[in-house]
Design a binder for this molecule. Structure first.
Ligand code: ADP
Ligand code: MG
Length: 372
């Protein structure tokens, strides 16, 4: 098989790194980058080397790893790659390690369509199936995940960022071992982090992502760019809408913006407060027809939640629906949505490695942009 060769220009394009950075990494990590270099003057790169450069880039920029830490990681990954046999073509070097959580962002155009209700009950439903789940409540408004969960977190992201608290001290324990990280005012503070603080934070969040299988992010509502950019960095995005025509139009515009920001986004729709499945299909189709026609994209149909007074009753009890009224019609709907998500047929995205890091990085950048 002929090995493809890439010039430095092509490597710059593929990795998004500047030439000087590539040269630096080449020197700093020569034992990892030179092993396949067949050219005496090393002017060409092969695909393996590009993979490694991308890996290094992510470890350095997204995780704030030091040189030694990067080397350690590279050693681990190369070992894994060797032991998995083959030349890595079928198993790309940058494949998501199984130790990272699947990150699902829940968003919508309008508030009050049922995002937080879905986030909380999806988490419960996954936990009831023995999955390890965490929620990151990044809603800048009322931090209401914990209210619906009947939990009172003492601390939030601010304490992690500003006061040097450890992640374990900031996380609140919800029912069934669900870990809740409240964004609170800390979400705003991400904009002003100093490099050192950011490294610390990323380290801490990395721990969270490694500790659970599912990380569900309540993004809050809004067509604001911050909120949406935030969502595009998750593995998958659930857009919630109601049958209300204005809500559907907003769902469509959100999807349009999400796709323009990240054409590879995996987006699924949940229709809330519908009468029944037929009603839901109508609402789904109305949006999906437009999405297919104008955005050339096929939405995942993740299911629906019927309009149900038990949801309000559960909220008043401050005990999640799936625990307070597990046999209610709306609870059955949430279980069906969970099946859909667990089936990984329509709605799984393997393109990313550690999306939570991306997501935090992006949020910080956009917040920084917004603050100017
Ligand atoms: N399927 C439903 N049937 C009845 N009420 C619902 C349903 N879904 C949500 N609600 C109610 O609508 C309100 C908004 O829900 P919430 O989950 O807080 O929305 P969001 O997070 O999108 O703002 C809450 O009072 C909630 O109890
Ligand atoms: Mg909400």
């Amino acid at each position: 098989m002929i090995e493809r060769k890439f010039s430095i220009k092509q490597v710059v394009e593929k990795t998004g790194l500047e030439e000087s950075a590539i040269r630096f990494y080449e020197t700093a990590f020569k034992e990892y980058l030179s092993f396949t270099s067949l050219d005496i003057d090393g002017r060409y790169f092969n695909e393996d080397q590009i993979d490694i450069l991308i890996r290094i880039r992510d470890l350095v920029t997204k995780r704030g790893f030091s040189l030694d830490e990067v080397k350690k990681e590279l050693k681990k990954f190369l070992k894994k790659k060797e032991s998995s046999g083959g030349n890595g073509k079928n198993q790309p070097f940058s494949a998501r390690p199984s130790s990272y959580a699947r990150v699902i962002a829940v968003t919508s155009g309008k508030g009050g369509v049922g995002k937080t209700t879905l986030v909380v009950n999806l988490a419960i439903s996954l936990a009831l199936r023995q999955k390890k789940v965490a929620i990151f409540d990044a809603d800048l408004g009322l931090a209401n995940v914990h209210i619906l969960m009947g939990v009172k977190p003492q601390f939030n992201l601010s304490h992690l960022i500003q006061d040097g608290f450890a992640l374990e001290d900031v996380i609140a324990q919800g029912p069934l071992g669900i870990q809740i990280l409240s964004g609170g005012q800390g979400v705003r503070e991400l904009a002003n982090l100093r490099e050192e603080e950011r490294r610390l934070l990323l380290r801490q969040l990395d721990k969270l992502e490694r500790n659970v299988e599912y990380l569900i992010v309540d993004t809050g509502a809004g067509i604001s760019e911050n909120v949406l950019r935030f969502a595009t960095f998750a593995d998958e995005i659930i857009v919630v809408t109601t049958p209300n025509v204005a809500a559907s139009a907003d769902a469509y515009s959100i999807i349009k913006i999400l796709l323009s920001m990240e054409p590879n986004s995996k987006i699924g729709l949940v229709t809330n407060e519908v009468d029944n499945m037929y009603h839901s299909k109508n609402v789904f189709n109305r949006i999906n027809v437009a999405v297919e026609k104008f955005l050339n994209y096929a939405l995942g149909d993740l299911g629906y939640i019927v309009s149900d007074d038990y949801i309000k009753a559960a909220n008043q009890l401050r005990k999640p629906l799936l625990l307070s009224y597990p046999t209610s019609p709306s609870a059955q709907c949430v279980k069906a949505i969970t099946d859909m998500i667990l089936s990984e047929r329509v709605f799984v995205n393997t393109r990313k490695e550690s999306s939570f890091q991306d997501l935090m990085g992006a949020l910080r950048r956009t917040m920084a942009g917004a603050a100017v």
